[in-house]
Write a protein that binds this ligand. Sequence first.
Ligand code: FNR
Length: 369
Amino acid sequence: VSSDKILCIPDLQKAASKKLPTSAREFYNSGSTDQITINENSTAFSKYRLRPRVLVDVSKADTSIALFGRKLEFPLGVSPAGMHAMAHPDGEKATSRACAKAGVAMGISSYANYPIADIRSACLSSSGIPQIDHVIQLYTMKDRAMQLRIIREAEARGCKAIFLTADSPVLGVRYNEWRNDFRTPEGLEFPIIERDTEMIRKVTHDDTFTSFNDDTHNWARDIPWLKSVTGMEIWIKGILTAEDTLMAIETSCHGIIVSNHGGRQLDGVPATIDALPECVAAAAGRIRIHVDGGIRSGTDIFKALALGAECCWVGRPAIWGLAYDGQAGVEIMLETLRIEFKRCMQLTGCNSVKDITKACLGVYRVDGP
Ligand code: FNR
């Protein structure tokens, strides 16, 4: 472990990035083309100011929420992001253990380096039951038979929901991957999509993605199909508009994740915190709404909840935790966010997550942050 003192997520990003070789660091940290969206994802939070209520007894402030009928210690999950094992050999297993320790949910990427079974069983309680809920992230895949095998495995292992990533008919334009001829490092596998290290190293990540993902995907065909084959909840990940929020409601999905894939798909789309209000307004309470992208502090989580999200997810911060110190690094990340979120609740006079409403936020300056 390096001697850097980690006080906040930017500290973790800095310390972790120093440890990663260039191609891994850029793969994790970059966005697509001009990096507009990835940058704005984080900076857009700063235009909001908090409206604190004072002289409130906050000694018993409770940060918890419920998701899939289970208590989360605070409104957070780790977003499904591929290749955790490039940051640390224990990869998604370490992430799973850290999430269990912190009492938050975890998404399993189709491009995880460990099988669903290993990730689930990494966080067993003493009675042999996984201590947290996992969701399985799926892309719409050309190979329906494989998609079905993944769904059956996720069901068998007790995953609670499918996060169907809807923003990726093709891969975003990522200069870093082209510049570095990015390939998955030797020894790493993609067991969920049934690819061993030799198979995946033959081709670029871009080519792998193109060969798997189905660019004919559409609402009318794919959502009914998913609903016909599984009883798991269906959540659509990658929504940025009121129109698509309404489509998710019309097709009877259980939830949406307002997400721009961490700025890795289409550059130039809005920050998720800016897209969130129109989705919340369109939903009018008819579908559950989560958000990810650029969340780097407990205050960011608070602002997203004030704007109508039920829960937030973080992608890169978990990877930085892994790169910094494996499971312990992810624990530091989660504990940092939990403490910041709790302090923010207490300093705004909120005793429960339900107290976090629009009235907690204001925009006081018109000249921007
Ligand atoms: C991702 N993300 C992602 N999303 C998804 O649906 N399937 C995937 O396989 C991946 N893979 C992936 C890899 C890496 C390295 C990153 C950084 C991200 C997107 C992820 O789920 C999430 O939407 C973003 O990471 C959220 O933004 P932040 O928190 O990273 O800013």
